[in-house]
Design a binder for this molecule. Structure first.
Ligand code: ADP
Ligand code: MG
Length: 336
């Protein structure tokens, strides 16, 4: 295959590859298949959004990429997460410590939860910089910390460095979270609902910041969100999840302009156009199925306006449709 013209950074190098990931929970009610046969590739320059209703398996997917579901009732029932030729799911805790926060960084919905309330921003950043690069002196680490705070748009980094988390707004905490993630110079960023807790204006500031810090360097991002506004603003590709499975995947333009799966269409239509973060949750009739008692056919069948007898009887496979997206629906004609 011929790659681009050679101008600019390579955009097609696969950084992370997920194959047939299955993350299940053994519960008293049965096996909850929270993530069931999820595969995707993350390339340089990608911002891969994962969208879906609450409980669809987005966060468990994100956590599985760093093997964070490592205790019962959770288990990996199959699959691989490959980075630099290594399957991260096969590694032990000690090797994983080397990867988490170093090769893969994560930012969360609640940045306050990540920050230690008893330490200043400076202390936490110096600690992170020195953990990443033990050869660095305290003074040098402090200089780097201030540069990183400047990189996330704090006009007065010295003042912010002296703050404790409770002295900062949610948006400021999230910017510190991004600065901390940058300190580790990761190869991949995983952002789980990073703007959901913030008001709309602050949300777009954070998204612009991610573009400027990560995207500008081509570092790929897995961005979990329930907000199509966020998908439009920053993502290059999108995965729509439902009941632990990918239902549709493709370039953002194709999926938003021509959603093929009935679930994707309902999701896009269910989002109020304006309003605050907390009002942007999906409002879709009916309930997602019990993940420990999935029906034999399509898991969306009971809520689908186009359901047929075949949908109830036979589980659809993920197939490429004519616009290039992958779609898991009997009613969508495959490519060709
Ligand atoms: N420790 C656990 N034990 C049992 N079920 C779990 C556990 N953690 C997550 N789940 C289930 O996995 C499913 C997916 O959860 P999650 O990935 O957090 O959803 P979301 O898409 O909202 O991020 C949910 O149905 C949840 O109940
Ligand atoms: Mg979640």
């Amino acid at each position: 295959m011929i790659h681009g013209s050679g101008a600019g950074p390579p955009t097609e190098e696969v950084v992370l590859s997920v194959q047939g990931l299955r993350t299940w929970f053994d519960t008293p009610n049965g096996v909850v298949k929270a993530v069931d046969d999820v595969s995707f590739e993350l390339r340089r320059g990608d911002v891969l959004a994962i969208v879906g209703e609450s409980g669809s398996g987005k966060s468990v997917t994100a956590q599985s990429l760093m093997k964070l579901v490592s205790r019962p009732p959770g288990r990996y029932a199959g699959g691989a997460v490959r980075m630099d030729g290594e399957d991260l799911l096969s590694l032990g805790e000690r090797s994983l410590e080397e990867i988490r926060g170093k090769r893969i960084s994560m930012i969360f919905q609640s940045p306050r939860a990540v920050l230690n309330p008893s330490f200043t921003v400076s202390a936490q950043m110096v600690e992170t910089v020195r953990r990443h690069d033990p050869a660095v002196s305290k003074e040098e680490a402090r200089t780097r910390a201030l540069a990183l705070l400047r990189a996330v748009d704090f006009p007065d980094p010295i003042r912010v460095a002296a703050c404790y988390p409770h002295q900062m707004s949610g948006g400021m905490c999230q910017r510190v979270g991004i600065a901390l993630s940058l300190a580790c110079e990761p190869q991949v960023l995983i952002a789980d609902e990073p703007t959901t807790a913030l008001d709309v204006l602050v949300q777009s500031t954070i998204l612009l910041l991610l573009k400027r810090t990560y995207l500008a360097q081509g570092i790929p991002i897995v961005l979990i969100t329930h907000d199509f506004g966020v998908v439009r603003a920053i993502a290059t590709r999108v995965i729509v999840m439902y009941a632990g499975k990918i239902q549709e995947e493709g370039p953002v333009d194709a999926v938003l302009a021509e959603p093929r799966h009935p679930y994707t269409r309902v999701l896009i239509d269910s989002v109020p156009r304006a309003g605050h973060a907390e009002q942007r949750l999906f409002q879709i009739e009916g309930q997602p199925p019990d993940l420990s008692r999935l029906p034999p056919g399509c898991s969306f069948a009971e809520r689908c306006a186009f359901v047929t007898a075949r949908c109830r009887a036979e589980a659809p496979a993920l197939r490429r449709s004519s616009n290039g997206s992958l779609v898991r629906c009997h009613l969508v004609a495959p490519e060709g």
